[in-house]
Ligand binder design. Structure first.
Ligand SMILES: Cc1ncc(CN)c(N)n1
Length: 225
């Protein structure tokens, strides 16, 4: 299976997320509120562009069934995953319009532009490669954090985050994305598989950079005089 080969390649990158202070802070509840608020707003606009990937995937789908899979992923992003953000935003005093109007920071812009560029230039298999690390690595993080002592205690403010990304609904979407990747990669020449692998590795690096961006609340921080 193509995704088995992928997992071997990206797991060391994903393991580094578990050591990242932002991710550790989600797990033990020590993450500063301001850093989480930064993630919440940046991730909201990230997910708007991420959902557009699936709309592109639907348009490029080889048949109605695959079109339906992209559409399910799109619906899950807008109305399941983003509900988590809306619920946290309410808790943290951020309005929906403020979240939606957030200016994407530099790393966020680079990451979504990278994915949308490859999705527009390639076929449905490239679109799927673009969205895979995002879904899969959050589930990987959610599952690891859920196993940690105290992570799911009532007094961890990030418990809902961990429960969502390790939960059944998100796992189902991730499994759909993995199965779709394997199906579309089947029979593709090595040249194409190498391109797909490159996209998944690069998006995995972008995932790390996104955590780093949120840890330092980095925006477009160039000291212009
Ligand atoms: C940056 C990022 N990467 C992944 C996910 C999980 N869909 C997310 N919400 N945000």
């Amino acid at each position: 299976m193509f995704t088995e080969r992928i997992l071997k390649r990206v797991e060391p990158i994903w393991a580094s997320y578990l050591e990242h202070p932002f991710v550790k802070g989600l797990g033990d509840g020590s993450l500063e509120k301001e850093k989480f608020q930064f993630w919440l707003k940046q991730d909201y606009v990230y997910l708007i562009d991420y959902a557009k990937l699936m709309a592109i995937g639907s348009a490029k789908a080889p048949d109605l069934r695959v079109m339906g899979i992209f559409s399910k992923l799109l619906h899950g992003t807008l109305f399941m995953e983003m509900d988590l953000h809306r619920s946290y935003a309410k808790q943290f005093g951020i309005s929906e319009s403020e979240s939606e109007a957030t200016e994407a920071a530099s790393v966020n812009t680079a990451y979504t532009s990278y994915m949308l560029n490859h999705a527009q230039r390639g076929g449905a298999e490239h679109v799927t490669a673009c969205l895979l690390a995002c879904a899969w690595s959050y589930n990987y993080i959610g599952n690891h954090l859920a196993e940690q002592d105290g992570a799911l205690d009532d007094n961890n403010p990030y418990r809902d985050w961990i429960e969502t990304y390790s939960g059944e609904a998100f796992t189902e979407l991730m499994n759909d994305a993995i199965a779709l990747m394997d199906e579309l990669a089947e029979g593709m020449p090595e040249r194409v598989l190498a391109d797909l692998e490159e996209i998944i590795v690069k998006t995995s690096y972008y995932e790390y950079m996104f955590w780093e961006m949120c840890e330092f609340k980095a925006h477009w921080d160039i000291p212009v005089k």
